[in-house]
Ligand binder design. Structure first.
Ligand SMILES: Nc1ncnc2c1ncn2[C@@H]1O[C@H](COP(=O)(O)OP(=O)(O)O)[C@@H](O)[C@H]1O
Ligand SMILES: [Mg+2]
Length: 324
């Protein structure tokens, strides 16, 4: 059977009620997902939300306690061998040889997958070129930066050209330039026909890349939709107000909620009010109202919503332990 024949064309991933419990920790607590073939799907959530555990179940690396999942129509528990031919998981090849060069490592992976000597060499050169690693091809891996390693890891997982690629936080900790390169690479993968399921802690990343996004919190999907749909629920931007006199903060907050017709949040220190904005023009109305109420501001700014705010708005609580 060819890979094409093994695949249900419409859905790359379908999961119903996935549950994984570690001790008394419900790491994944009833997750449903549907990823259309040929798209990028983002699973967005803070540290500890259950992203990696979900991916490991979908990639047949961990058995669900309950629930079912299919990859291109094949059951993850009943047909793991077949599924492993259809997927790539980054991090899978973490045990690359540090003393060998990037080129040598890629050739070894190719040979392991059954490619001949010449084909392996060609494949390795092609991938190094595509991932912008040609310059560093001959250097031993131990001299590679974090970003280069990530790209090599991704390159290695693509030798088999899997129709579905799981990328677990592909850009966490990367500098902005390297992150942009990763994004380009991921877009290229999808152009060439792959489906990508990636996890991220960054709203902006999901926004840039993903056709659809599932927001996951404490093992559950708390929102699902396109980036635009999610943003509408959070506001396209967010307003930050610092109130000069602390005794006016509660009063100011009520005014903000009245004018903007939203729920606001108060910073831990108590002086700063944050609220979602759907229309930036509302800021002018609000400033007039505050002036008339004799409330003085120390600072005003309009910013892009952060993951913090998405969570606050969608889940009604502040995410704990996540990076800012
Ligand atoms: N192998 C494991 N054994 C015990 N607890 C685990 C294990 N893997 C993950 N967890 C816990 O499950 C929860 C979800 O973890 P994880 O899926 O890694 O989240 P994320 O990838 O979103 O950061 C966390 O509370 C984590 O500590
Ligand atoms: Mg993780």
């Amino acid at each position: 059977m060819s890979k094409k024949q093994m695949m249900n064309r419409e859905w790359a991933v379908e999961a119903q009620g996935l549950i994984k419990v570690f001790g008394d920790n419900r790491a994944v607590d009833g997750v449903d997902l549907r990823v259309k073939a040929g798209t990028i799907y983002g699973v967005l959530g803070p540290n500890g939300a259950g992203k990696t555990t979900t991916i490991r179940m979908l990639a047949t690396l961990l058995r669900p306690d309950s629930g079912t999942a299919q990859i291109f129509g094949h059951d993850v528990v009943k047909e793991p061998q077949l599924i492993r031919q259809l997927i790539g998981v980054t991090g899978q090849y973490a045990s690359v040889d540090e003393s060998l060069s990037a080129m040598e490592n890629l050739i070894i992976f190719s040979r392991l997958l059954g490619l001949g000597r010449k084909a392996s060499r060609e494949k390795a050169m092609e991938l190094l070129e595509e991932f912008g690693l040609t310059e560093a091809a001959k250097r031993p891996l131990k001299h590679f930066s974090g970003g280069m390693r990530r790209r090599l890891d991704l390159a290695a997982s693509l030798i088999a050209q899997p129709p579905l690629i799981f990328l677990d936080e592909p850009t966490t900790g990367l500098d902005p330039r390297t992150r942009n390169q990763m994004w380009d690479t991921i877009r290229k993968l999808v152009k060439s026909g792959s489906t990508v399921l990636l996890t991220t802690q960054y709203l902006q990343e999901a926004d840039e890349l993903a056709d659809r996004i599932a927001v996951i919190d404490q093992g559950r999907v708390v929102a699902e939709g396109t980036a635009d749909e999610l943003k509408q629920s959070v506001g396209t931007s967010s307003l930050h107000l610092s109130i000069r006199d602390s005794e006016h903060v509660q009063h100011a907050r009520r005014r903000v909620e009245e004018v903007l017709q939203v729920k606001s949040a108060l910073s831990a220190e108590g002086g700063k009010i944050t609220a979602p904005l759907t229309d930036t023009n509302q800021v002018a109305d609000l400033l007039i109202v505050l002036r008339e109420a004799d409330i003085h501001l120390a600072e005003v700014s309009v910013q892009k919503p952060t993951l913090d705010e998405v969570f606050l708005t969608i889940t009604g609580h502040k995410e704990e332990g996540a990076r800012g």
